[in-house]
Design a protein around this ligand. Structure first.
Ligand code: TYD
Ligand code: MG
Length: 449
């Protein structure tokens, strides 16, 4: 006998409670609890009459499975070399960022059968998108459906090598009493799809929306189930898009893919530095070029700062693409260690090009761009600044220094400012001048005289 019961589940971390709570005790977030109907049945494990076979490790044949290449090399790179047969990939991102476009462009060029299940658009809309993207796929089946039973029937019918589910929030199992998009439905549908995928060896790309709070509905819950989680991010006002792996059972998580969203779809950006540096030839106070490692590739980008006098007692600190708290720390170091007074100024920091950077190696460039704007003196535009700033005002070493220098050299820069601790790790590069700095005061003196 099964009976139904109501439970409250945190849509962020999956914490379960018997009564509604305003704040989740697990992840400390507010207003995340949703009502879910839970079916409970007697839990008895039956072992009699069940025949199981267990294999020894050396008896198992593990032929290296051929990965399926998609039409997008950047997409394959993020996945670790293509789609692994039988794997489940969760593709998440803000609504309208281009998830459907990316999935469509990627799978349309797969040489095997593809089933595109859409719960959001009609088949005619899919057709229109394909023609907008100038795609003429061969074995490409479109199925506008939301009932998981019908979807699995279609999979049995078509036997595709790749299935796209657009999106998981619209798919449901009618047997459950919950409405589509609830945690129970999402979890149930994902695990059923996963089981089917493992059994029939097709790959599934599941598209998931991010909610207003910036989280996938039930992200933690799905992260455990699926093999790979990739996030598609970007700024709605810029055409730049970045694809990042957050979890990957079949590859590394530090590769990124860079795309440019144009009228006719996503274009791969093979030289991101050139895109980010576009237009930085001018010599403006407040601008510094730095080199950040994104994935395994170095990307040169421009940090811009604007320092103005505040007329109020409470100056503004606004950042785009950079952590605001990190900026507060850097400002404190500038004041205390480099003796540069900024506490009464409004400070705006911007990573040009709409990219978001979390790497500490850009610290020094942020500090220097602020000093440059404050003193109204431009930094030489052929100089790249790299280094993490410590609380003592010391410049700390960064990883991959050689890669960063090579990229600067490749793009015609003349000088790189590097942390003193890194200088021993650099083999000679005659074409570019390398200046090592020990602390923030020295760096600012060298750059701004
Ligand atoms: P879409 O893939 O539908 O986003 P998602 O599935 O993540 O919600 O794409 C949304 C936006 O992308 C839409 O506003 C139009 C734009 N777009 C282009 O700029 N070029 C294109 O070729 C396509 C298909 C869409
Ligand atoms: Mg979509």
């Amino acid at each position: 006998m099964s009976k139904t019961r109501i439970k409250y589940i945190c849509s962020k971390c999956g914490y379960e409670s018997l009564k509604w709570l305003g704040k989740c005790p697990e992840c400390d977030d507010w207003n995340t609890f949703t009502e879910e109907i839970i079916e409970t049945s007697k839990r008895r494990i039956t072992t009699a009459k069940t025949k199981v076979s267990v294999a020894k490790l050396d008896e198992i044949s593990a032929d290296k499975k051929e990965r399926i290449k998609t039409g997008i090399a950047e997409f394959d790179r993020v996945l670790g070399g293509g789609l692994m047969p039988g794997s489940v990939i969760l593709l998440v991102g803000d609504p309208g960022i281009g998830k459907s476009t990316l999935a469509m462009q990627a799978v349309a060029q797969v040489s095997e059968k593809v089933l595109y299940v859409t719960g959001e658009e009609s088949d005619a809309q899919i057709k229109l998108r394909a023609s907008r993207l100038k795609l003429v796929p061969d074995d490409f089946f479109v199925f506008p459906e939301t009932d998981l039973g019908h979807i699995i029937a279609a999979i049995n019918n078509v036997s595709p090598a790749v299935v796209v589910i657009d999106s998981i929030q619209t798919i449901y199992r009618p047997e459950l009493e919950n409405s589509p998009g609830t945690i129970t439905q999402i979890r149930e549908c994902t695990s059923l799809l996963m089981e089917e995928a493992k059994r029939k060896h097709f790959s599934v790309i599941i598209i998931g929306h991010v909610t207003k709070e910036g989280m996938v509905a039930g992200p933690k819950i799905l992260e455990h189930i699926v093999d790979t989680v990739i996030q598609f991010e970007g700024d709605a006002h810029h055409s730049l898009r970045i694809l990042r792996a957050q979890k990957n059972r079949f590859g590394s998580t530090n590769e990124i893919g860079v795309f440019d969203m144009r009228e006719d779809g996503l274009h791969e950006v093979l030289n991101p530095s050139e895109l980010f540096l576009n237009g930085s030839e001018r010599k403006t106070p407040g601008s510094a070029v730095t080199s950040s490692i994104e994935g395994t590739r170095p990307i040169l980008l421009e940090v811009q700062a604007l320092v103005t006098t505040s007329n109020y007692g409470y100056p503004q600190r606004v950042t785009t693409g950079f952590d605001q708290r990190r900026l507060s720390i850097l400002l404190a170091v500038l004041e205390k260690r480099a003796k540069i007074r900024v506490s009464a100024n409004n400070i705006f920091v911007n990573m040009a090009g709409g990219v978001r950077i979390n790497e500490p190696a850009v610290d020094l460039a942020v500090c220097c761009s602020i000093a440059s704007s404050l003193f109204d003196k431009a930094i030489n535009n052929k100089t790249v600044v790299v280094g993490e700033v410590g609380l003592g005002g010391e410049i700390r070493t960064v990883n991959n220094i050689e890669k960063r220098i090579q990229e600067a050299e490749r793009l015609g820069f003349k000088r790189v400012i590097v942390p003193a601790g890194n200088s021993s790790g650099i083999s000679s590069t005659p074409k570019i001048e390398i200046t090592s700095v020990e602390n923030l005061t020295d760096a600012i003196k060298i750059l701004l005289g």
